[in-house]
Design a protein around this ligand. Structure first.
Ligand code: UDP
Length: 481
């Protein structure tokens, strides 16, 4: 397909979770020659110590010099909500304050983009930026099922009174899609009195006004939901384009020594024999849960690479704004933080207590399964590498992701949390690891085969005649100048 004369403006909300996929999309657009010119503008938060991981990510992008990078003036959350505000309040404040900041900053610049793409949570830019004549697209860095819920939320908001989670047995219906049971519901919809819910509804309404919504999935991964989104118009009138998998190729947050140490160790292991365990960049677990995990890994008898942060006294997402940082303070257990079992099991694997080179690990042929919290970036990376997933969802949209993978996609199994301890026990962890990795397990065999098939289909989606490449190229060519 011929290269267009377009100038794409890509806008990213602050934080690693937004900047990482937006940068990956920008890089795909330029390196696949879909656009010859691209400007990337990202939000920032004022902090006393800038995030090292985020700085490295942006420095690598500058060094690659594929497009211009511009930062917005930093948002001062401490002044806006005080130093002790919850993660939810901070996110709500960002979602409220950042869109007008983007619009006012862009208006003062002489950029003349021919197409504007913003991450989904920035979609309130769309009604605010009517004077920017270029077509506007929202980029959902999630799956189609969560996007369907998001685009249906303004309707739910009008039709349903009270909270969405009153009765555990009554699911939320989305036309043409798998229903969502309250225990899986996206966190943003769990408290309709919170500011965060209202900001989310605002973003969903903004996205409904876009010229189109891109979503980081591909046709064969979620056929039923994509058909519902594209077909009858019962969920949305806005066109939805699956453009995934958008996956970054290299992680700048890992030093080369760490990368080569891990890869060299993996090189000495047999094919499909090692389980990767990582519950994401923003979560830390309790001492007791880490001990159960260590015992579960030992009981499984499998080799492992385990990315784990030092335990904290109360499990949670408090690292959301410091993802990728090594230093831990506050509720971290101070001296000799890990349980004795954590050290004992290390003869059977590798332990990484800061930033793991996740993509390098997933790509390695010795990896046979991934115990994952099911953050969508991790899922789509695992899908691209053909690695089956053991879903251990924790918060946000991860429960929906884990359910969808296990019940619809078929490349995954989900761990059961014990109702008495509210933890995943060692026997349960060992059982699911063996089920996926033991070559004679029939169910595991089907799941592994599905994961391998998805890898092939994911590669095809971004080939020259693949669905995701063609969808984006066609949109850019139709907005050519
Ligand atoms: N990641 C990584 N090393 C780590 C932890 C995370 O490279 O030790 C990367 C991972 O590959 C993914 C991202 O960080 O690209 C995490 O995003 P995801 O959506 O999976 O979950 P989150 O951590 O944002 O909840």
């Amino acid at each position: 397909m011929a290269i267009s004369n377009t100038h794409a403006l890509v806008l990213a909300s602050p934080g690693m979770g937004h900047i990482t996929p937006a940068l990956a999309l920008a890089k795909h657009l330029v390196t696949h020659q879909i656009t010859p010119k691209l400007t990337f503008i990202y939000g920032t938060i004022k902090t006393s110590t800038p995030s090292k991981a985020e700085t490295q990510l942006l420095q690598l992008a500058m060094k690659e010099n594929l497009f211009d990078l511009i930062s917005l003036p930093p948002l001062d959350l401490t002044t806006l909500v005080g130093p002790h505000a919850s993660v939810e309040t901070k996110i709500a404040t960002i979602m409220h304050e950042i869109p007008p900041l983007f619009v006012s900053t862009i208006s003062t610049m002489n950029l003349n983009p021919t197409i504007i793409i913003m991450d989904f949570y920035l979609s309130q830019v769309i009604p605010l930026a009517k004077n920017l004549k270029a077509p506007k697209f929202s980029f959902a860095t999630t799956n189609a099922w969560l996007l369907a819920l998001a685009l249906h939320t303004p309707t739910l908001d009008k039709e349903i009174q009270g909270e969405y989670v009153n009765d555990e047995n009554i699911p939320i219906s989305i036309p043409g899609c798998k229903p969502i049971y309250p225990h899986d519901l996206y966190d943003m919809l769990k408290d309709r009195t919170h500011r965060l819910y209202h900001e989310f509804v605002g973003a969903c309404e903004g996205a409904s006004l876009a010229d189109g919504v891109f979503v980081n999935t591909f046709g064969e991964l979620e056929p039923r939901t994509l058909e519902a989104l594209g077909g009858s118009g019962h969920i949305t009138k806005v066109p939805v384009y699956p453009i995934g998998p958008i996956v970054r190729d290299r992680d700048p947050n890992v030093d080369e020594r760490r990368r080569s140490d891990v890869v060299e160790w993996l090189d000495t292991q047999e094919e499909d024999s090692v389980v990767l365990v990582s519950l994401g960049s923003g979560y830390a677990m309790t001492f007791e849960q880490i001990k159960e995990m260590a015992l579960g890994l030992e009981l499984s008898g499998k080799k492992f690479v385990w990315a784990v942060r030092p335990p904290i006294t109360k499990a949670g997402n408090e690292h959301y704004f410091t993802a990728g940082e090594k230093s831990e303070t506050g509720t971290t257990v101070a001296s000799n933080p890990f349980p004795e079992e954590f050290y004992r099991v290390q003869s059977n694997g590798l332990v990484i207590t800061d930033w793991a080179p996740q993509m390098d690990i997933l790509k390695h042929p010795s990896i046979g399964a991934f115990v994952s919290h099911c953050g969508w970036n991790s899922v789509i990376e695992s899908v691209s590498c053909g690695v089956p997933i053991i879903g251990w969802p924790l918060y946000a949209e991860q429960m929906m992701n884990a359910t969808m993978l296990a019940e619809e996609v078929g490349n995954s199994i989900r761990v059961k949390v014990s109702p008495s301890t509210n933890m995943v026990g060692k026997e349960e962890l060992a059982k699911v690891i063996r089920k996926i990795m033991d070559m004679d397990d029939k169910e595991g065999c089907v799941i592994r085969a599905k994961a391998k098939e998805l890898k092939r289909l994911a590669q095809r989606a971004w080939s020259r005649d693949g669905s995701s490449y063609l969808a984006l190229s066609t949109i850019f060519l139709s907005n050519d100048v």
